[in-house]
Design a protein around this ligand. Structure first.
Ligand SMILES: [Fe+2]
Length: 214
């Protein structure tokens, strides 16, 4: 992976070992395609973190959290629908009725419980980034944005306009978030699937944060 190689100089040995251990576990538990997607999402996330958050002090922590979030963002997908629903209804507070039954979102909502249980990860920022990676939110941190974009633009993805979106992620990340969110809404509608009820609020939030630098 092009960018992941750079973390060897940036992260300490404990952080690198944690990442290696996570990779070992997910390689065993995930189907090959999902494992590869997770690794490529991490590579893209490292690229974005290094590009947009060059400050060395912030960078180490952000890069580390971006790597963990990316590797584990789809960890919930190793479970069946009913298991995910049971985990969410027993362990995740504050979800709406829509969220408790929205299958494409369940793996994201179940992830904080699962990664605490299986990896001992106890980090609110990582929990938020993973919980929000399918729907976005009205209050997205830098880490949330990195994971949301990386999941949709990693090197294994291939759809119309993706090269344009990848360029935007480097040159204009605010516009990139807007465009990626837009393409996600269009995709969901094209599949005749339900949209999260907060979609218009999140869209307006992202529009408000978009800075036109051209
Ligand atoms: Fe994903």
């Amino acid at each position: 992976m092009v960018y992941t190689n750079k973390i060897k100089k940036l992260l300490n040995s404990r952080q690198l070992k944690e990442l290696k251990d996570i990779k070992t576990v997910i390689k065993q538990k995930m189907p090959e395609s999902l494992y590869r997607h997770s690794i490529k999402t991490m590579d893209f996330a490292v690229m974005l973190a290094l590009k947009h958050y060059p400050d060395a002090d912030i960078n180490e922590d952000l890069v580390n959290k971006a790597c963990i979030s990316a590797l584990l963002h789809d960890y919930g997908k190793i479970l069946e629908r009913q298991d995910l629903q049971d985990i969410v209804s027993r362990n995740v507070k504050g979800l709406t009725d829509f969220e408790k039954t929205c299958y494409p979102c369940l793996h994201a909502y179940a992830a904080p419980y699962l990664i605490k249980r299986d990896f001992g990860i106890n980090d609110k920022e990582i929990y938020n980034a993973i919980s929000r990676h399918t729907t976005g939110s009205c209050d997205m941190s830098g880490l949330d944005r990195i994971l949301y974009i990386s999941d949709k633009l990693e090197a294994g993805r291939n759809y119309k306009n993706i090269e344009y979106l990848r360029q935007l992620s480097i040159n204009n990340p605010d516009l990139c978030l807007l465009e990626v969110y837009k393409s996600n809404i269009i995709y969901v509608i094209s599949k005749n699937c339900t949209l999260h009820p907060d979609t218009s609020r999140i869209w307006n939030y992202i529009c408000g944060g978009y800075k036109n630098v051209t």
